[in-house]
Write a protein that binds this ligand. Sequence first.
Ligand SMILES: Nc1ncnc2c1ncn2[C@@H]1O[C@H](COP(=O)(O)OP(=O)(O)O)[C@@H](O)[C@H]1O
Ligand SMILES: [Mg+2]
Length: 419
Amino acid sequence: MESIHNIKQKFNIIGNNYALNRALEKAIQVAPTDISVLVLGESGVGKEFIPKIIHQFSCRKHCSYITVNCGAIPEGTIDSELFGHEKGSFTGATNMRKGYFEGANGGTVFLDEVGELPLTTQVRLLRILESGEFIKVGSSKIQKTNIRIISATNLNMGKSIQKGKFREDLYYRLNTVQITVPPLRCRKNDIQLLFKKFSIDFSEKYHMPPIKLTEEAMNFLENYSWPGNIRQLKNLIEQISVVETKREISVEKLKEYIPDNIPSLSFHHSNDERFFQNFSSERDFIYKILFDIQKNLNDLKILTLQLIKNNNNANFIEKNQKIMEKVFGKMINHSNIDDSLFQLEDSSKLSSNNDLDYEEVEEDNNLSKNDSSSFSLQKKEIEFIQKALRKNSGKRKMTAKELGISERTLYRKIKQYGL
Ligand SMILES: Nc1ncnc2c1ncn2[C@@H]1O[C@H](COP(=O)(O)OP(=O)(O)O)[C@@H](O)[C@H]1O
Ligand SMILES: [Mg+2]
């Protein structure tokens, strides 16, 4: 059997992390079979290497390997893309078209972001997995194809099944073997290796000496939370490589490239212990971040509206009506722009500091469409406040301080929720 070392060389995979090695090992083990594999992991961790390895080390390697990004194909055309269509089956279907599953006959199909597949497509996919049979859109003829399916997702599939968005029977079919690719924050020892590799790659690409980090900067890099994982690290190194003339990068320089609104989620090597002492659990901390994000979003909306208003450009509003509706949750036009601004500013003032105000956001502005998620956030907020009150023996001043909100806001919340 091919060694992991060779695989890494062949595919340019960097890292020695145990969980990563385990994932690669599993990929090699299942490669010669026809077993369906589901690859799990956050966005940017390197999931796409896994199906490629499996295909390369299977007896299908001389046939096609097709990647389908299920999240990127519109719902109206996905069946036709995957299964093909007959001539005349819908307006614009001027010719018969083979789908990916037919085209890849004998090979491997990688369904990336499989959790995004519409339910009707899931039914067709289940049939292919069970019997190799499919029917083109607009046809009644049953056809057969011989493909291996590997899929990947960064979603929590258990939740998608619970919500009725993903068929349980299909999930079990896709998930005969599961391979999980670890997030970068759990692979701290690989960060230095990845940095070296990417800085050399980009120095060659842009014909410049590779960038280097001071010890302090490397330390920062290793303890950052990397929500975008290796993709984020790679992009960061590319940006710095191109933009910075000085090739030794200090920690201050580095921080300019890392969004500081997303504090490090690393709990083991936190640079700012005091920051975390205010939070009794990881979950509380995450809710706090959610509140902060909501606040930033509100501010951003205010800024956008102010800009539009100051430029007084009717043409712009007309042209971008769709986008505005998406962002603001309602039509924005000259007659209501002032009102909308006033509402946003008002709710921003009320939810002073880091606070989130559901009522204003939902009812007055109609900004949030997802009632149930807002509701559970609200429940969390109540829980959050109660906990802080208990911890501070009901003392409002200290509770407000701990929660990062003004006393006035806390008072209003206590009244509002009847605490
Ligand atoms: N271990 C690794 N070594 C080198 N590059 C990696 C590694 N893991 C991921 N990458 C790179 O990071 C980027 C994101 O990987 P990708 O497979 O697209 O992530 P995902 O599909 O999990 O979102 C790609 O450019 C990939 O080449
Ligand atoms: Mg991907």
